[in-house]
Structures are given as structure tokens and as C-alpha cells.
Design a protein around this ligand. Sequence first.
Ligand SMILES: [Fe+2]
Length: 438
Amino acid sequence: MNRRVLLPAEDADARRMSSGLPTRAACDVSDEGERTELDFLRETAEHSSLSDESLDLAQLAELVFPQLRRHVRAEQIVLVSAGRDKSACLVGRPLASCGAARLDARTCTTLVERYRGSVAQQPWIAHHRAADGNWPDAPAGLESFVLVPLCHRRVVVGWLLAVNSHGTAATAAAAPDGHWSTCGFGTREVNLLRATAAILAAHAANVELLHEKEQLLLDTVRALVNVVEAKDRYTSGHSERVGLYAKELAAATGLKESVCNRIYLAGLLHDIGKIAVRDDVLGKSAQLAREDLDEMHRHPEEAWSILFGLTALDDILFGVLHHHESWDGTGYPDGLRAEEIPLDARILAVADAYDAMTTNRPYRCALSPAEAADILRQGAGVQWDPRIVAMCVSILPTLCEIRESHHRQPPPVRRGYRMIHDELAATLLRDGDTVTTP
Ligand SMILES: [Fe+2]
């Protein structure tokens, strides 16, 4: 009679013995093996530590799966993501896979869909002995599997699937029917999968928290920038564009992603000091007089005063402070020259000048990108870093695309509390309920 065997991992060894499968003792287990497994877990935990260049969940899985597959003697290891709606615990797509492509992506997803209810509390292990035909509806190529949820604080973020245990050649030869799959997965393999799943789940949660923190910082910075730009309608969108241009220039210069992101943030905040500049100077539509210029030139140091002390913004301070320095030493506030000027500030200076030239001002119309590039070329080695100017000219089409695609969205029309309440009331009354006005 056909029989499917689906066992909780804790009972796996005992059931295997009663089923005539080799015991754990028959498998190639040794102290050396335990040590290398501990090494594997330590290395996995180290890889999961967060840094500027943090790996996302899929990248970490790709990194550790080859070793994991070797330790648990699986043909294939797959990480299947949870769906977008985590509360409904939906199954998403495979994020990472290692080893023979025994099961395709669709089959992996189907398998998880079918057994995810069973793994809510503990991992499950399923054996199929091809010789007995005891699992008639097993997907083609599937002999055995272990399914472990990636669970952090009761939220399932994915599933770890180990497919087809193969053991060592000696173990396979000793199996009753000589078929490698009869070695099966045991408690040791399942425990290692559970430990790995726990590290991956914690890593996924940490990455999400980090992204939330970064987004909060970015939203706060944009709110600050809006305060400055609300004072001067001619600079609307300028800070965002300078940030985007500077990030593109940094990437073209070959700087790593974390530095490009830092320069983008510095671009957003480069003129934050204008909050402290007198409104009558900021709003002047004519060329500025000498005393007005003096007032305006205070803004980099004002920015320093505003941002100093915000630990999360420590590494953008010098870019913001020195974005008006000049390559020949005639800039402000410190008259730095050439490479004395921080690289972030040299990049911001070119991005800032390019955007200012290609934007309408009350006293002149915007220059074309080509005209602005000509002026930058003329000022290379005088006002601006010649290497950054050359880079800017070489990526001019990209900068044009950024300007084309970046149109600042107006804030949404504010909806009053009364309007929202009336809409809710209408919906409830339509559904036969009543609503009480607070
Ligand atoms: Fe500025």
C-alpha cells in the first residue's frame, strides 16, 4: 500500500530506525564534523553583522548556502520568500538556490504552499523511498526534504528548503536498497537548518530595521529641506537635483555605493544654512549687493551649526561646509585650495553650479546643458576640480535625464477631518451601520 511519510524532525531518527532506514550512527558523523558546523554557524553570524555594505537576505543566503548544503548533505538548498502581505503568511518566490536544480522555482513554491501550515511550530522532514513508491504524489525528482520557517518575533519572512539528502558514498552503499536517498535527513541536519534559518530571519529583520531607520532619516532631511525651499521659490527642487547629480558624479568617479549615498544626503542638505539667511536677501530678485553677498556667504557655516551634533549626519558635515570653496583658493568659508577641499565638497560644487546654471533665476533664463558644460570647462582648474568637471561633461545625457524625470510633486491637497468623517459615515450607513459623531 502506498504511504507518504511526513515526520516531525524530533522523531526523525526513531522513525527511521523503525522504518528500516540507517540510524544516525550509520551516517558519517564525527567531532570534526561538529566543529566545522560550529565554524559554519559562526561565519554565517559574522556575515550577517550589519555594516555600510550590508548584504540583503538573498545575498547572505547565496553566500552561506554552498557550505550549508555540504553540511546537511542536500542536493539543493532553496530560500523561498514570504509574500508581501506577511500577516497572511503568503508564499513568495525563491530568493536563492544552491546545488543541483532538482526542483524548479514553481515546484519549490508549491511545496512550501502545501506544507507551510505544518512548519508553523516546528520543521518537518519528509522521506520518500523511491523503491517503495510510498509517496505517489511527490514532485518529480523529489526524494526527501526538510522545510524550516524563517521566523522572527512570530513573523515568517521565508522558508528554508533542503531537497534530497544524499549522505556519503559509504553510507549510500550501506543503505538497505542501495539508494542514496535512504540515508535521509536526521536531527543533526535539521538542527543545523533551524540554526541557519534563525540567523537568516534575524538578519532579515535587522536589514528591514536599518532600511526603516535610513528612510526616517531621509524623510526628516527632506522635511528640513522643504523649510529652506519654502523661503525661496526659485530654488524649489534644487537640493534634490544637486543630491541626485552629485550621487551620479560620485558613482561615475568610481566611489562605492555607501559613499555615493552619503554625497546624495550632503547634496540634499548643502544649503540648509539658508534657513538662517535674512528673508529679504534670500528673496531678492536682483543681483546681490556686497553686504547681501556677505549675508548669503554665512550659509555654509550656519549649516555646520545646525547639523553639528546630529551623529547620523557626522560624515556629511565637511561636504556641506566646504561646497563653496574654489579650486584656486578664492572660495569660502576657509579659502581651501585644490585637493585640500574634501572630495564630497568638490563634487557638490560642480553639481550645485550645473543645476544653478540650468535653472531659471529671477535675473536670467536657464542655460542649456551644453552652455553650462562650456562654463564648467572654462572654470576647470580655476573654480572647480578639473577631474570632476570632465566627469560631469561625460555624463551630461544622464544629468539631463535626471532633470527630465525629476519633477517635484506638489503636496497632496489637504483633506479636512470633517470630509473624512462624512465619507466614513456614508460608507457605514450604506452598509446598515450607524455612526456617532465624536
Ligand atoms: Fe550653497
